[in-house]
Design a protein around this ligand. Sequence first.
Ligand code: AMP
Ligand code: FE
Ligand code: FE
Ligand code: ZN
Length: 280
Amino acid sequence: MREIDLHVHTTASDGTERPRETVELAAKAGLRAIAITDHDTVLGCREAIEAGQELGVEVVPGIEFGTKFGIAVHMLGYYLDLEAPALTAMTRSIVEDRDQRNEKTVKLMQENGINVTYEEMKQRFGEVIGRPHFAHILMEAGLAEDVQDAFSRLLGKGMKYHQYRHTLEIEEVIECIVNSGGVAVLAHPFQYKKNDAELRELIEHCMKFGLKGMECRYSGYTAEQVAYLEALAEEYGLIKTGGSDFHGENKPRIKIGRGIDDNLEVPYSWLEELKKVKNT
Ligand code: AMP
Ligand code: FE
Ligand code: FE
Ligand code: ZN
């Protein structure tokens, strides 16, 4: 049953659709519920929740944090208290760090003759600015064909406009989610290129700090991969979640609720399980 999508980005981070537009797309797709999981911010949640009330789509407040456990690992948080001091402090510090990194990128671009200022970018793209926004600047300057091209030649690690930013430790992020009343869920486990033993090590480490779930269904994951992740989640007593990682035109192949080539299908019963752990 294609009923929910628990991994969705909006213009509050690097998606191209406003929170309201995103909920409209979900309604059109016939979804019963979506979670807004913007990178490092919950600023899109309120608008989406309001739109959801009007359009009959249940909107779950969420977030996606970048963390590290040796390599970059993403952590989803659901049902956080949007006003929680722990959450506000964490998102503020991430934005400050992004600002520092982004100012360096802007300076480099200016030195290379690209007409851009950070003030303009903030006005246009909002508080949480990431490399996908720089991809748009490069496209407009005629230096990249599309977002993918910008990443593969100019913004990826080691490329001309790549700059490092501070990444939080996985423990601090899980603790922040827990201290904000939220449910921590490991995002897209196959993105980390870990073998079975390494993935188990990651899961067991995260569970010590309060991990409650794992994203088992995700755009592009094969039936075999999904079966493996679902079995692993069940073995560890983690709840299963699923989502598309919709970003609008920034990831044009991914459709909300449907993933890539219709290969995503997440039942509403999984959201009911998520709500149960929220209340424990
Ligand atoms: P940042 O956190 O600002 O360094 O940017 C990272 C974000 O860029 C990720 O969360 C993705 O949404 C996006 N991204 C990373 N690699 C690619 C890629 N190859 N193509 C499109 N988007 C990407
Ligand atoms: Fe993104
Ligand atoms: Fe992610
Ligand atoms: Zn995401």
